[in-house]
Design a protein around this ligand. Structure first.
Ligand code: SF4
Ligand code: F3S
Length: 106
C-alpha cells in the first residue's frame, strides 16, 4: 500500500485524489489518508503531491513509519474524497515544516 505522511498535514493539496483509479483517499479536517485495503499500488499519486508526502509502505523513511497505522485507522473514520478541492490558504507556508503530527485534527 501507499501511505500519506507528515508533510500532508495542513497542506492537503488533494492533487492525489484526482488521479487515484480506485478512490482510495479519505479526508480529515487537515490531512488525507489512504485505505490500505483499497490501494492497488499503482503509484500514480506519488508525483502528483506538491508536498512529496506519499510513500510506498516498504519505502517509508524511518521517522514516518507510524503513519502506516495512522492511515489504516483514520481511513475507517473519515469520508471518502474523490475530487480535487482548494488547498488551505496557508498550505504553501506549511509545506516542508517538520513533525506536524501534533497539529493533526481528527
Ligand atoms: Fe490510489 Fe494508486 Fe495512490 Fe494507491 S498508489 S492511493 S491506488 S493512486
Ligand atoms: Fe496531501 Fe499531497 Fe494529497 S499534500 S492531500 S498527499 S496531494
Amino acid at each position: 500500500t501507499f501511505v500519506v505522511t507528515d508533510n500532508c498535514i495542513k497542506c492537503k493539496y488533494t492533487d492525489c485524489v484526482a488521479v487515484c483509479p480506485v478512490d482510495a483517499f479519505f479526508e480529515g479536517p487537515n490531512f488525507l489518508v489512504i485505505d490500505p485495503i483499497i490501494c492497488i499500488d499503482c503509484a500514480l499519486c506519488v508525483p502528483e503531491c506538491p508536498a512529496d508526502a506519499i510513500f510506498q509502505d516498504t519505502e517509508l523513511p524511518a521517522e514516518q513509519v507510524h503513519y502506516l497505522e495512522i492511515n489504516a485507522q483514520l481511513c475507517q473514520e473519515w469520508p471518502n474524497i474523490t475530487e480535487l478541492k482548494a488547498a488551505p490558504a496557508d498550505a504553501d507556508k506549511w509545506n516542508g515544516v517538520a513533525e506536524k503530527l501534533p497539529l493533526l485534527e481528527r
